[in-house]
Design a binder for this molecule. Structure first.
Ligand code: SF4
Length: 446
């Protein structure tokens, strides 16, 4: 794998000289604007976005074609039937109750549509994408089929060296790091940015933290593409995964502690040179858009309380800032799960459909698990069957094969799908569930 163009996707402590992009070595002709290294990350991002080769809104001339393709490929008659019948349908012994908010969110639909528009606009050009466009295996396979290829990746490092002048590069819905954006922009290739505006909203929140000289505390998963991109735009940051980690940091702010232990604990989740003794005097809270909303709120409240206790009410504004950056789609899908589970006695089990690496889907599964309802998370139809078995994942990431998972009596199945899951995948999963039930009934009757 080439070293030039070999880009760390995580810009925290990992930007060693080996991984730093050396775009000058690769790009003899540069048509895009060069950035001065001393400018702020916010200015650097803005400068790239304003480049002539940077497209953020797709291509009007190929919009209808893209819309037609998406309608053909990702919709479902069965889901339409559910919607026409107050989100409930029955087949044989199985009744399905669909959550009020589920499936493709606006940001995901927009990202896929822009990618399709780019394909139609540049039929003869090579098109790359810097990551999976969204976290759904079936959609990502479709991208490959239409000739939009992910750049090679090994662990968290990407090899961008195959991108050449004349190529088109799509940035996925979770965004790309500043490092990647700089590198690609310096190549002067066409950039088609599908970053969800909700993700950009988080980046704007980080800009505001920096303006107030606050360290950004990002509630998220440090390995997740969106958080990797978000962190790359912060001058100083710390990523906390959950309340346990947030409480550990809060305790350090109030009482101090073992600095070496702190640095080891957040080894991959902090900005370069982070010093907990000096960099936690003023903090701003932001989040990965797909985290559990109640947890993000609790994390923000915790740090507000801590800063209040340490600095008092008069100085609070100089030491703490938070903006609500959980996206609407995430919130609506989580709220719809709580609504569905409010009548959990009427449900025999939950089916959650979404990519195994989808953060928002994992939180839907988590809500079902906390409610104590047997819940089965699958990413594709092939996980269901053959026979009465299912290969599924838990919110904590454990994957297992479950035998005899579908009761053979009359049952009601709660259903939801993650924000990156097309309806046709949900339909294909349900058809397999109906088939298992039907076969069981036929066996009894035989
Ligand atoms: S889940 Fe939210 S942030 Fe993510 S793509 Fe959808 S709308 Fe955008």
């Amino acid at each position: 794998m080439s070293v030039a163009g070999f880009v760390s996707t995580f810009t925290g402590t990992a930007l060693s000289s080996r991984t730093r992009c050396d775009s000058s070595a690769l790009s003899p002709a540069k048509t895009s604007k060069r950035m001065h290294m001393s400018i702020s990350k916010r200015e650097a991002r803005r400068s790239i976005i304003k480049s002539d080769n940077f497209n953020r809104s797709g291509f009007k001339e190929s919009r209808e074609e893209a819309k037609g393709l998406m309608n053909r490929e990702f919709t479902s008659d069965l889901v339409k039937e559910l919607l026409a019948h107050s989100n409930i349908v029955s087949r044989g012994k199985v009744t399905v109750k669909l959550a009020k908010a589920y499936g493709f969110c606006w940001g995901v639909e927009r990202a896929i549509a822009i990618a399709y528009e780019a394909r139609a606009k540049f039929p003869d050009r090579r098109i790359w994408i810097t990551n999976e466009i969204i976290h759904n295996p079936i959609v990502n396979q479709r991208m490959k089929e239409i000739g939009i290829y992910s750049v090679p990746q090994e662990g968290l490092q990407k090899d961008l060296s195959g991108i050449e002048q004349g190529d088109v590069v799509v940035l996925p819905a979770f965004g790309a790091t500043l490092e990647e954006m700089k590198y690609i922009n310096d190549l002067g290739v066409e950039i088609v940015d599908t970053t969800c505006p909700w993700v950009s909203k988080v980046w704007h929140a980080l800009d505001r933290h920096q303006k107030k000289e606050c360290t950004s505390i990002i509630h998220g998963k440090w390995k997740h593409e969106e958080t990797i991109a978000t962190a790359s735009f912060a001058e100083k940051y710390l990523v906390v995964l959950n309340m346990d980690e947030a409480e550990y940091v809060a305790n350090y702010i109030l009482n101090g502690g073992d600095k070496a232990e702190f640095l080891a604990k957040f080894e991959n989740a902090k900005s370069e040179g982070f010093d907990p003794d000096t960099d936690l005097n003023a903090v701003g809270v932001a989040n990965q858009t797909t985290m559990l909303k109640s947890e993000t709120t609790a994390v923000a409240k915790l740090f507000e309380k801590v800063m209040l206790r340490k600095f008092g009410p008069t100085d609070l504004n100089s030491h703490f800032v938070a903006y609500d950056t959980i996206c609407n789609a995430t919130q609506e899908r989580q709220d719809a799960m709580y609504d569905l589970l409010a009548e959990k006695e009427s449900l025999d089990l939950m089916l959650v459909v979404g990519g195994f690496n989808s953060s928002n889907t994992s939180h839907l599964q988590e809500i079902a698990e906390h409610a104590g309802v047997p819940s089965f998370w699958v990413d594709r139809p092939e996980r269901v069957g053959p026979g009465n078995r299912i290969y599924c994942r838990s919110a904590s990431g454990e994957e297992r094969l479950v035998e005899d998972w579908l009761p053979e009596r009359e049952i009601t199945v709660g259903l939801t799908s993650g924000a990156s899951t097309p309806d046709n995948v949900v339909e294909d999963v349900l058809e397999r569930v109906f088939m298992i039930s039907k076969l069981a009934e036929a066996k009894v009757l035989a």
